[in-house]
Design a protein around this ligand. Structure first.
Ligand code: EPU
Length: 302
C-alpha cells in the first residue's frame, strides 16, 4: 500500500513520522519473507494517538511490526502500511528492583542491561530474538522463564479508546505464548520487577542456556523460531521429528534438519511455500497423532 496523498504526507511529517516508501519486508523479518509496502517510522510516542487518528480518518490500514522475528508476512504488494517504533536509543532505566524499558528495545539488550545492574530472573530469554514489545505481546519464554512473570505495568496505545493507557501487570493475563492484550493494542513501555542477582551468576546462567540452544536450534538459518505451539503435554518438535520430516520441503521452505519445529527459509522461500509446508506438516501430525497443531508464528496474510 502506498501513501501518495500530499496532505497526508505533510501531516505525517508534522507528527514526526518518517515515511519510507516501498520497503521490502523481506529485509525486516528473520525469515527473510514478505512483500512490499510503505513503512512509517514513529519517532515520538506522544504523537501516536494523532497518527492513529489520521490513519483511521484516511482509511489507511496498518500493522505494527516489532523485531520481525516471529512473523510470516504475505508475498507481493501488501494492502496495509507497516508502522515501526525506531529501535535506536530506546529508553531503559533502573530504579531499585524496577526496570523501565521502551517496547522498541531489543529483548536480549534489555536482559543484559538489567543484569549489569544486578537484576536477574530473565536469563532464559537472552537468546530469544525480537523486541520487548513483541515479547510482551506473545509472552515470550524459554528455559523456564517467561517475560510475563516480571511485568508490573505496561504503557500502551489502546486503539479501542484512542488513548495511551497504563495497565497493571495483575490485570493482564499471560498464558503460554498468549496474552490478554487486544490485537490492536500497541505496546509502548514496560515496568518490570526483577530479583537481585549478581552479574557473575547471570553470566553462568546464560552460558548454560546458550549451550542448550546452540546444540538444538538452527541459529544460523533464517527462521521465526518455533513455527507451532507445543500441544498440551506434548512436543511439536518431537512429533514432527518422529514422522521423519526433518529436511522435508516445499520450494525453499524447509523443516530444519536440526530442530523439527523450526521451519527455515533455505533460499528464496515465499510465504506461500511456507504456508503450504505448515499445512502439509499439520496434516501429517493430525493423521498420525490426532493432534491439531496451532501456529506459534504470527501470520500476516493479505
Ligand atoms: N525434540 C526432538 N526432535 C527435534 C526437536 C525436539 O525429538 O527435532 C525433542 C527434544 O529432544 C526434547 C523435546 O522435543 O525432548 C522438546 O524440545 P526442546 O527442548 O528443543 O524444546 P521445545 O519444546 O521444542 C520450547 C520452545 C522454544 C524454546 C525452548 C527452550 C515452544 C513452541 N518452543 O521448544 O521456543 O526456545 O522450549 O525453552 O514453546 C520459540 O518460541 O520460537 C521457541 C523456539
Amino acid at each position: 500500500m502506498r501513501i501518495s496523498d500530499k496532505a497526508v504526507t505533510a501531516r505525517l511529517k508534522e507528527l514526526e513520522v518518517e515515511l519510507r516508501p516501498g520497503v521490502s519486508l523481506k529485509e525486516k523479518t528473520s525469515l527473510g519473507i514478505g512483500g512490499a509496502t510503505d513503512e512509517l517510522l514513529l519517532h515520538r510516542f506522544d504523537t501516536i494517538p494523532q497518527v492513529m487518528r489520521l490513519l483511521a480518518d484516511e482509511k489507511i490500514p496498518y500493522r505494527f511490526l516489532g523485531g520481525g522475528t516471529n512473523v510470516l508476512i504475505a508475498d507481493g504488494e501488501l494492502p496495509w502500511v507497516v508502522l515501526h517504533l525506531p529501535a535506536t536509543r530506546p529508553g531503559m532505566r533502573i530504579d531499585g528492583n524496577a526496570a523501565y524499558v521502551d517496547a522498541s528495545a531489543d529483548l536480549g539488550g534489555m536482559v543484559t542491561f538489567c543484569a549489569k545492574h544486578n537484576l536477574g530472573g530473565m536469563e532464559g530469554l537472552i537468546g530469544v530474538p525480537g523486541s520487548v514489545g513483541g515479547a510482551l505481546r506473545m509472552n515470550a519464554g524459554a528455559y523456564g522463564t517467561q517475560i510475563g512473570s516480571h511485568v508490573r505495568e505496561v504503557e500502551l496505545y489502546r486503539a479501542s479508546s484512542g488513548e495511551v493507557e497504563t495497565v497493571r501487570g495483575n490485570d493482564i493475563r499471560f498464558d503460554y505464548r498468549h496474552t490478554s492484550f487486544a490485537p490492536d493494542d500497541v505496546m509502548l513501555r514496560v515496568k518490570l520487577e526483577l530479583p537481585e542477582k549478581p552479574y557473575q551468576e547471570f553470566v553462568a546462567g546464560i552460558r548454560v542456556c546458550n549451550e542448550k540452544r546452540r546444540s538444538s536450534q538452527p541459529l544460523n538459518q533464517k527462521s521465526a523460531g518455533c513455527i507451532f505451539k507445543n500441544p498440551a503435554g506434548g512436543s511439536a518438535g518431537r512429533m514432527i521429528d518422529e514422522l521423519k520430516l526433518k529436511g522435508h520441503r516445499v520450494g525453499d521452505a524447509m523443516v530444519s534438519d536440526r530442530h523439527a519445529n523450526f521451519f527455515v527459509n533455505a533460499g528464496k522461500a515465499t510465504c506461500a511455500d511456507m504456508l503450504r509446508l505448515m499445512d502439509d506438516v499439520r496434516g501429517r501430525v493430525r493423521a498420525a497423532y490426532s493432534v491439531e497443531l496451532e501456529n506459534e508464528v504470527i501470520v500476516w496474510k493479505n
